[in-house]
Structures are given as structure tokens and as C-alpha cells.
Design a protein around this ligand. Structure first.
Ligand code: BTN
Length: 263
């Protein structure tokens, strides 16, 4: 008999803390990518927050065209259809907001949680979760994808994720992925509602958790090549301000930054 791996939807709903904005919850044993199914659901008019969850993905997608590896059964893989009403200029803040909400949840299991700009979740210096925001799609929906390495203890992993960690490894205790999901839906729901009223209000909390600020980094600018320098701050548009060694301030948008380890 195939084991029942899906989330008990009634339990998830009952565990959500605060305003549950969840309108629908789909579970799949295996999909190509939950992002693709969530896009389809958005195109078909799914209201927010419609959650598409899967145990495994055959073509999981990461940021910047990368793939996303996650072993089945011990990861939390989901994409969430949102229909934000903020002005277009505030939309680039959504990945930061979602990263902050996830950090606030994972903090309950591992105190060393931090965010690498824009929205990688780090435990110590190792990545344990990533977020991918796609959209707006025609009709205004946005798809928030989130992959959390929940409990990879004792799991052999391929070289591309050899440096990654998981919440249970870093926290040293069992972690129930449905509780992580329910907590995220609650914390994110509250922050998302606030954000639509006050789009900048969360930024100080984000900056506080952001391990990139104060680090030496290398990043790619949209126009022009790489820039290397000290990450100074996060702007109200979500960009990262990096001062190079000549004292010039650069703003990095959606790209990737690398934290440079001190020599
Ligand atoms: C990153 O590159 O850090 C973002 C990774 C996002 C992965 C999640 S897993 C669930 C959802 N489905 C996907 O194909 N990608 C996102």
C-alpha cells in the first residue's frame, strides 16, 4: 500500500495561527514543479492563497534559471498563488517579506537563522531554504514558491547541494513539516495583510535578520558587470546597496550575491 504522505488539510488549517488566508490546498505525490501547477491554478482564477504542495518534484525550479533539488518526504515544497493589491513598485519587496516570515518560523527550531539577501534562509552559513517569486502574471497573480529542507539528517546528497543543511540538522531535533507549513501560513498571512496596508513597515525587521548587511559581497548588476564591496543597506525598493573599494555606491536588483568569507 502506498503510504499516505500528504498533509492532513484539516490539521493544517487548524494549526494555522492567526488569519488563515488559505482558500485551497492541493497535494501531489510528485509533480514537475509546483510553480507550474500554481501558475495554471492562477490562470484558471484561483483566489489567494491557493497552495500547491508536493512531496517530490522532477523539475524543481530555483532562482536565476537554476534547478532545485529536494529529497522526497523530508522537504517542504510548495507554491502559493497570491493576488497582491500593492502598487507595482512595492512588488519586489514580496520575496523579502516571505523570507522574513519563514525566518520567524524557523527561528523557533534554530536560533541561528538569518537571511541572505534577497531571500535565502541560512542556518549558520549554510542554506536551508529558498524562495522564488514569479509574476505578476496576466490578471495580476503572483506565485510564491518555497522549498524548505526540513529534515535531511542522515541523507546522502548530491554535490550541488553538498553545502546545504536542513532545519532538523541545524536545530538538532525532530521537525514536523506540516507544523512548519501551518506556522508559515499563519505568520506569512499576518505579515502579508499588514504589507498591503503598509508596504515598508516590515523592512526594519528584515534588515535586522539580514546577514548580508555588513558583509563583503560580490554581486551582479543588471546593467554592467559584477560589483564587489561592503553591503551597506537594503533600500525601500528592496535593492541591496553595495559600496565598492573606490567608495562608489551601487544598487543591486534581483541578482545573486555571494558572501565573501574573510581571508
Ligand atoms: C532558490 O533558488 O533559492 C529558490 C528555490 C525555490 C524552490 C521552490 S520548491 C517549491 C517551488 N517549486 C519549484 O519548482 N520551485 C519552488
Amino acid at each position: 500500500m502506498t503510504p499516505m504522505t500528504g498533509p492532513p488539510s484539516a490539521l493544517i488549517r487548524s494549526l494555522v495561527e492567526g488569519p488563515s488566508l488559505v482558500s485551497g490546498l492541493e497535494w501531489h505525490d510528485e509533480v514537475t514543479s509546483t510553480q507550474l501547477l500554481a501558475r495554471d491554478a492562477a490562470r484558471d482564477g484561483a483566489p489567494e492563497i491557493h497552495a500547491v504542495l508536493a512531496d517530490a518534484q522532477s523539475a524543481g525550479r530555483g532562482r536565476l534559471g537554476r534547478s532545485w533539488y529536494a529529497p522526497a518526504g523530508i522537504s517542504l515544497l510548495g507554491s502559493y498563488v497570491l493576488r497582491p493589491t500593492v502598487e507595482a513598485g512595492s512588488l519586489p519587496l514580496l520575496p523579502l517579506l516571505a523570507g522574513l516570515a519563514l525566518a520567524e518560523v524557523v527561528d523557533r527550531y534554530c536560533p541561528q537563522v538569518a537571511l541572505k539577501w534577497p531571500n535565502d534562509l541560512l542556518l549558520g552559513d549554510r542554506k536551508a531554504a529558498g524562495l522564488l517569486v514569479e509574476g505578476p502574471l496576466p490578471g495580476g497573480a503572483v506565485v510564491l514558491g518555497m522549498g524548505v529542507n526540513v529534515d535531511w539528517r542522515g541523507v546522502r546528497r548530491p554535490t550541488e547541494v553538498a553545502e546545504a543543511t536542513s532545519v532538523a540538522e541545524a536545530g538538532g531535533a525532530d521537525v514536523d513539516r506540516w507544523r512548519v507549513l501551518a506556522a508559515f501560513l499563519g505568520v506569512f498571512g499576518r505579515r502579508y495583510l499588514d504589507w498591503q496596508e503598509h508596504p515598508l513597515a516590515f523592512l526594519d525587521a528584515y534588515r535586522h535578520r539580514c546577514a548580508t548587511i555588513g558583509r563583503r559581497v560580490r554581486g551582479a548588476r543588471r546593467a554592467g558587470g559584477d560589483v564587489e564591496g561592503m553591503a551597506e543597506s537594503i533600500g525601500e525598493d528592496g535593492t541591496l546597496a553595495v559600496r565598492d573599494d573606490a567608495g562608489i555606491l551601487h544598487r543591486i536588483g534581483a541578482g545573486e550575491v555571494v558572501h565573501i568569507r574573510p581571508a
